[in-house]
Design a protein around this ligand. Structure first.
Ligand SMILES: NC(=O)c1ccc[n+]([C@@H]2O[C@H](COP(=O)([O-])OP(=O)(O)OC[C@H]3O[C@@H](n4cnc5c(N)ncnc54)[C@H](OP(=O)(O)O)[C@@H]3O)[C@@H](O)[C@H]2O)c1
Length: 318
């Protein structure tokens, strides 16, 4: 499968199917969409929730991981899979470490053995930072406050050691957009406001809402151009979580009155969060010199409203 690859290429040209581990998830769904739009063959995986065209894969099952890698021999692996529930990670640090560090590392190690030229795109988070001096760029020193942040940072470091220049790490934050499972913050806001229930959200957690279709498209572009190393990729607006909720309500034409702001200290969240958080990038303009690849929040919310129809969940009717 790799025999015809022209090693003189500057840009990386995938020649087998790309593999999206976690293709049933929010970002993975849009990665598959972006690859399909470009006519690039790809296979996605799900763990618990099948999506059209995904195959089952549990990262904890090493034999199945190896069998799938041998079958597909993917030259490019996107790795958005993980245990992404931050408070759940705090309650179950063993599962958190397995799903967010140990199992992705094992997959990368197996993939390197089976397809030595494999390139991996791994997804990480601004929760590797403590939120003391945000927004943080790629040079900022990580200091995670939570089990989730610690596992993601450890995965970044071990993957870098293993893969070197065959690795691109994308740190992102507050991802929202149309999704099949309807789990992300935009759906939570829409559902709660539609039901007229109070929506309590932190007034002092600040970050960048990031629109998933744009994020995925930019990541596929970067992968095809063989970007490597560490890149911060998040939306251009940076604001408190409550303001994000209000902008969603406005864009979805929902009454924002039930939105109540409270400081994090009063919320009793299990995991500590970075407060003055968010991401900026020193490197993004090298890859996208003429535009920011993630559209501004209000445009993204308008697109969310227009696009979130089957096969994606509709936040206004679900
Ligand atoms: N969403 C955000 O705001 C955000 C912010 C910063 C960073 N990130 C990072 O971006 C990545 C993707 O986030 P997301 O929002 O797309 O997450 P998501 O919607 O929760 O999707 C996670 C995906 O991983 C799969 N998965 C979970 N455990 C697995 C396991 N043990 N074996 C195989 N597959 C497994 C899930 O499959 P099933 O659903 O089928 O079970 C799903 O496809 C994560 O690495 C996360 O840390 C996300």
């Amino acid at each position: 499968m790799s025999g015809g690859q022209d090693r003189c290429h500057v840009a990386f040209q995938p020649i087998g199917p790309a593999l999206v581990v976690g293709g049933s998830g929010q970002i993975g769904g849009w990665l598959l969409e972006s690859l399909a739009r470009r006519g690039l063959p790809a296979v996605g995986t799900h763990q618990t929730t099948p999506a059209p065209g995904t195959v089952p894969l549990d990262l904890g099952d090493a034999q199945s991981v190896e069998a799938l890698l041998v079958e597909l021999r993917p030259p490019l692996i996107f790795l958005p899979a993980g245990f992404t529930w931050v408070d759940g990670c705090e309650r179950d640090p063993v599962r958190c470490d397995a799903a967010n560090r140990r199992e992705p590392i094992r997959l990368a190690r197996l993939a390197s053995r089976i397809v030595p030229e494999v390139r991996v795109i791994h997804f990480s988070t601004d929760y590797v930072f403590d939120g003391a001096h945000g927004p943080d760029d790629e040079e900022a020193i990580p200091n995670p406050l939570s089990e989730y942040g610690r596992a993601k940072l450890a995965a970044e470091r071990e993957l870098t050691e293993l893969l070197g220049e065959r690795l691109l790490i994308i740190r992102t934050t507050w991802v929202f957009g149309p999704e099949r499972q309807g789990k992300n913050f935009a759906y939570q806001v829409a559902r709660t406001l539609r039901e007229g229930k109070p929506l309590v959200c932190p007034s002092d957690q600040i970050s960048n809402p990031t629109y998933s279709p744009d994020l995925a498209d930019a990541v596929v572009e970067l992968a095809l151009r063989s970007a490597h190393g560490l890149l911060h990729l998040a939306g251009p607006d940076r604001l408190p979580r409550c303001e994000f909720a209000r902008r969603l309500a406005q864009g979805l034409n929902l009454d924002p009155t039930p939105i109540q702001s409270k400081p994090t200290a009063e919320l009793g969240q299990t995991a500590r969060r970075p407060l003055n958080g968010g991401l900026v990038s020193r490197r993004l303009s090298t890859w996208f010199p003429n535009h920011h690849p993630i559209r501004p929040l209000d445009q993204a919310v308008a697109d969310f409203r227009a696009t979130a129809k089957p096969p994606w969940r509709d936040p206004l009717t679900d």
